[in-house]
Ligand binder design. Structure first.
Ligand code: C2E
Ligand code: MG
Ligand code: MG
Ligand code: MG
Length: 299
């Protein structure tokens, strides 16, 4: 009878299976919705870049800013980069978004030079998918020329895994970018496939120590050891090193003592809009001036 049939269906896990496929459908539907929203977002210009200052741990001046993308979707509301960047990469939409980000960042970098009385580097994150365009270096060259930004003020952030995969092509493209005079840095250093030989081979300018090591380095001995080792390595190789996610004075002092060049994190500033940046940079430079005059304690 019907009751027994129901019982067997349940015990065979039919209901579980059904719930499972519904969840899969949900996930797929959510992904489709976000992909549609991304396309719309590109067409409607819904993206914005925020800029987070990088500060010298030695003399406290602002040495650079990192461009971080923000998306306020008309249909989905605010979506975090960690949610939409992976889908943008999967669908290839990151190529258009990344090109927009490079252009916007270079144009804003010109404005930022006028806010501070010394050069400030503009760091832009590059997705592995953007490396699949073989004319990437020409596109960067064109963007630099159109914005009028000196190539030495642009820094491209790569991840370690990008250097390992597909080596010969990646090497050729990176060399062309380097030959433009653009700087290269390795983001989230310590979390991916680290190979010292790649750092030398690609003539990397800067390592960015991943936030996870910095946040744990005050309490966790092994994280502290990794942080020390990365700073030591960078110094020996004459590569600059910047710490990500510096949130408190204890972390800053620890990094400064080890000889880490720069820091980036909420201690100095959250990512800011271009409109907010003049006040933020002025505040940071005033602090640096007070340090120079001996008004604030050194590390
Ligand atoms: P990332 O390049 O490692 O960027 C640093 C992330 O750490 C940013 O997250 C930043 O807001 C956050 N952060 C900075 N200081 C602190 C701190 O003191 N404490 C904490 N808890 N977090 C801090 P965000 O902006 O959410 O970006 C996440 C990731 O998305 C970036 O990691 C980057 O991989 C990617 N991304 C952002 N913008 C772009 C872009 O224009 N293109 C590409 N391809 N990826 C981007
Ligand atoms: Mg980055
Ligand atoms: Mg990073
Ligand atoms: Mg990171």
């Amino acid at each position: 009878n019907a009751d027994t049939a129901m019982y067997f269906a349940k015990s065979a896990g039919r209901n579980n299976l059904q719930i499972f496929t519904e969840e899969l459908d949900d996930a797929a539907a959510r992904k489709n919705r976000m992909e549609d929203a991304l396309r719309l977002g590109i067409a409607n210009g819904e993206f914005e870049l925020f800029y987070q200052p990088q500060v010298s741990l030695q003399n406290h001046t602002v040495t650079g800013v990192e461009a971080l993308i923000r998306w306020n979707s008309a249909t989905l509301g605010v979506v975090l980069p960690l949610e939409f960047i992976p889908l943008a990469e999967e669908t290839g939409l990151i190529v258009a978004i990344g090109e927009w980000a490079l252009k916007t960042a270079c144009n804003d970098a010109i404005k930022i030079q006028r806010m501070v009385d010394h050069p400030v580097t503009m760091a832009v994150n590059l997705s592995p998918r953007q490396f699949e365009q073989d004319n990437l270096s020409q596109r960067i060259e064109l963007i630099l020329a159109e914005s009028g930004l000196a190539p030495s003020l642009l820094e491209i952030e790569l991840t370690e895994n990008m250097l390992v995969s597909d080596t010969s092509d990646a090497l050729a493209i990176l060399n062309r970018i380097r030959n433009l005079g653009v700087r290269l840095s390795i983001d989230d250093f310590g979390t991916g496939f680290s190979s010292m030989s790649y750092i030398v081979k690609f003539a990397i300018d800067r390592l960015k120590i991943d936030r996870s090591f910095i946040s744990a380095s005050v309490n966790d001995l092994s994280c502290r050891t990794v942080t020390k080792a990365i700073i030591g390595l960078a110094r020996d190789l004459k590569i600059e090193v910047v710490a990500e996610g510096v949130e408190d004075e204890e972390q800053r002092a620890f990094l400064a003592r080890l000889g880490c060049d720069d820091g980036q994190g909420y201690l100095f500033s959250r990512p800011r809009t271009i409109a907010e940046l003049p006040a933020t940079l002025r505040g940071l430079e005033e602090k640096a001036a007070r340090h120079r005059l001996g008004g604030l304690p050194k590390a």
